[in-house]
Design a protein around this ligand. Sequence first.
Ligand SMILES: *[C@@H]1O[C@H](CO)[C@@H](O)[C@H](O)[C@H]1NC(C)=O
Ligand SMILES: *[C@@H]1O[C@H](CO)[C@@H](O)[C@H](O)[C@H]1NC(C)=O
Length: 489
Amino acid sequence: MHTISCMIPIYIYMGFLLLASSTILVASQTIVENLPGYPGPLPFKLETGYIGVGEEEAVQLFYYFVESEGNPDEDPLIIWLAGGPGCGTLRAFFYEIGPMRIRYGSYMDNVPALELDPNSWTKVANVIYLDAPTLTGYSYTKTPETMFSSDISSATQTAEFLRKFVKSHPKFLKNPMYVTGISYSGIIIPIITEELYKGNEEGLEPVVNIQGYMGGNPLTDKTGDINSRLEYAYRMAFISRELYEATKTNCHGDYAEVDSNDLLCMSHIDEVNKRVEGINIQQILDPDCDPATNLVRSENPIISGNRKSLRSINPMKMLPEQSFHKDTFCRGDYYNYATLWANDENVIKALNVRKGTVKEWLLCNLDMKYNYGKPSMPLYEFNVDSSVVYHEKLSKRKCRALIFSGDHDMMVPHVGTHNWISSLNLTITESNWDAWYSNGQNAGYKTTYARDNYSLVFATVKGAGHTAPEFKPEECFHMVKRWFANRPI
Ligand SMILES: *[C@@H]1O[C@H](CO)[C@@H](O)[C@H](O)[C@H]1NC(C)=O
Ligand SMILES: *[C@@H]1O[C@H](CO)[C@@H](O)[C@H](O)[C@H]1NC(C)=O
């Protein structure tokens, strides 16, 4: 057995062992009836498992699948991708779209206690939570060549995963399928969706009932999205009109890749950065717990708040009530509970994670994390700069799209998202920046677009940060419930 743990310290490579024993890895689906931290049997149907993709199925993608608690026969089948790239999908499972939440301050079975999420999307959809690309969450690879992923390879593998998933779950072949996710997934969601349509045309089996896609604060046009932070900073009153206009003029609209010899532009960027440097760009109202995330620093983490591995934390020091009421509430602290839970031996056993495949579960694998301006990370190549062209392709199909933006996110601001949507030249239909409601209250603004058999809804989520459902779970739940039911949101 080789170990290449010198290269990638967090994973032990066990390829040959697994290849040699691959014949015994037949049972790759497990029905999970109990989870450590939750009292009694789960009131929803949870399955976990692996599906092998790529050459010789060397990439083993781990998933959690929760059957709809509404009408599983007819509700949509959605796949949720967590972004990063490299973030485990458990993040969505606990913090974004349900079905469970962590009860901060309570422990059970030696792990953080869990409770049901009343706004779980699993009430209206069959949800696959996928750890993708490989080496994310509990996913692993059997050969060294397949450890490295890219935007394109990740999209191709996820499309393959989905086709294989419905093949092994034929009950869901006819349910409308949507590709969904958040943040960095915005780059690959439209690529996966287009591949599924194309695969159907090319005769791949089984034919999947792909109907569309959804993205939350989706990174899409990397340069355009980051450039839009300047206008966002102005609109949110972080910089003056004069500074905004002077910066725009002197930098000619390009702030993401400023030529450092352009002193005039640089001096304006410095002035802007001075004013935004204390702002938490994931949720501008939250305290800034991360290192300065300025407008145009090369450090532009799309997902942050997960710098520490579990090893550097003493679990006994995680005093939740205290952190709840601390003056500086740090959302990142909460993510450590997932890490604590996911690395517990009994949890790993309950989820039927294959022994020895993942040495330590990480919220996000930092060897893949997106870094603006870098072409790659040790385990990932960023080979798609913009996925707008895929939205364009999809706009010629029979396809539905929902794009939502927490309007308090300065990481992938709604300003940039609205810009690329406008660039598609779709026709605005019934709503043009009209309010939408949740519990009778204004929950944000929506614009509806169409071209032939394509429709797109763009919605802001008022007050939400980068991962909108994490900040406004009830509003987001109402929004998707209506969208899945083909109703106006
Ligand atoms: C949208 O319209 C503009 C202006 O007419 C044009 O330059 C651009 O190519 C169009 N984009 C698409 C995607 O059709
Ligand atoms: C829209 O879909 C209908 C029904 O599938 C089809 O007949 C029509 O050609 C499509 N229109 C365009 C412009 O693609």
